[in-house]
Design a protein. Structure first.
Length: 293
């Protein structure tokens, strides 16, 4: 084995971790792959002779690449902290096979991914690398071009925002699915009282149709009316149970094609967040073939 093949083999040992870092940073599966590929190119140009800890070196390099990509995105926005699109979901059939279950165990929850998008790029990097991947602040500080104490503050701000905006989902997938099925049944039947009993009062619904700016609805009563109105107008949907980043979700296959994907955050048996991607073209490119065949 020549040195290039040996280097490639070493890199592949870290690819899964690097993909996880990039996905949490970027919320895009394709951009995450691009960032990891760019890290590989930088490694081939640098070589590993002077690298003491390849895993740490690659993690910080991917972090730096992602930070540059995020800054490029936000510089083009009127409001740099307002997400234009929901992040890419990781969608699998339900139930997942053993190999998929192992992969999903390392997948960040979808609601968490949405919150991460709302952090400023440097905050996001400091929080993701330190809190999720245990990278020391001393290694993060040069990437964000801050002192170590300032980098700690970045991560602390990110941590507070994540804590204030996320809830701990119910871990039992069966209980999650029962809550989702009950919600759909109540919406189809127009049962407002049943819906309100299972919706958190501070519920938020985010809808990304790929055309308009991200639409956000707040409040259980308003969302219950919207859900009932949707089913009255469009009739029963073909709801295929799926896992979205490891949690219960629904793929609307009305008409034989993916029309919308809904991710639910279930906590305490109640729905806390809805995230809907209704951009059919985007879904067709993201969904695995076994769900769209």
């Amino acid at each position: 084995m020549d040195h290039q093949d040996f280097l490639a083999e070493r890199f592949e040992q870290h690819r899964s971790r690097l993909n996880s870092v990039a996905y949490r940073m970027l919320g895009s599966l394709s951009e995450a792959e691009d960032a990891v590929q760019e890290a590989w190119l930088r490694l081939t140009r640098t070589g590993d002779d002077s690298i003491d800890d390849l895993a740490a070196w690659l993690t910080t390099v991917v972090g730096r690449i992602c930070l540059d990509m995020l800054r490029s995105r936000t510089s083009r926005r009127e409001d740099p902290l307002l997400p234009e699109r929901l992040p890419d979901p990781v969608v699998t059939a339900e139930p997942a096979d053993p190999e998929q279950q192992a992969e999903l165990a390392d997948t960040v929850g979808y609601a968490m991914l949405v919150v991460l998008q709302q952090l400023a790029p440097a905050e996001r990097l400091a929080f993701v690398l330190h809190d999720m991947f245990a990278v020391p602040f001393e290694e993060i500080a040069p990437v964000v071009e801050r002192s170590v104490p300032a980098t700690r503050q970045l991560a602390s701000r990110g941590r507070r925002r994540v804590k204030d905006s996320t809830v701990e989902p119910d871990p039992d997938p069966v209980a999650q699915r029962m809550a989702v099925d009950a919600f759909l049944s109540a919406a189809r039947g127009g049962d407002t009282d049943a819906l309100l009993n299972m919706l958190d009062p501070d519920l938020e619904l985010r809808n990304d149709d790929g055309v308009h700016p991200l639409r956000v609805l707040s409040g259980a009563a308003r969302i219950a009316r919207s859900a009932i109105g949707f089913h009255r107008e469009f009739g029963p949907i073909v709801a295929v149970p799926v896992l979205v980043n490891g949690a219960a979700g629904i793929l609307d296959m009305t008409g034989g094609k993916p029309r919308a994907l809904t991710s639910y955050t279930i906590s305490g048996g109640r729905v806390r967040h809805f995230d809907i991607i209704s951009d059919a073209e985007r879904l067709a490119s993201l969904l695995p073939a076994d769900l769209t065949a």
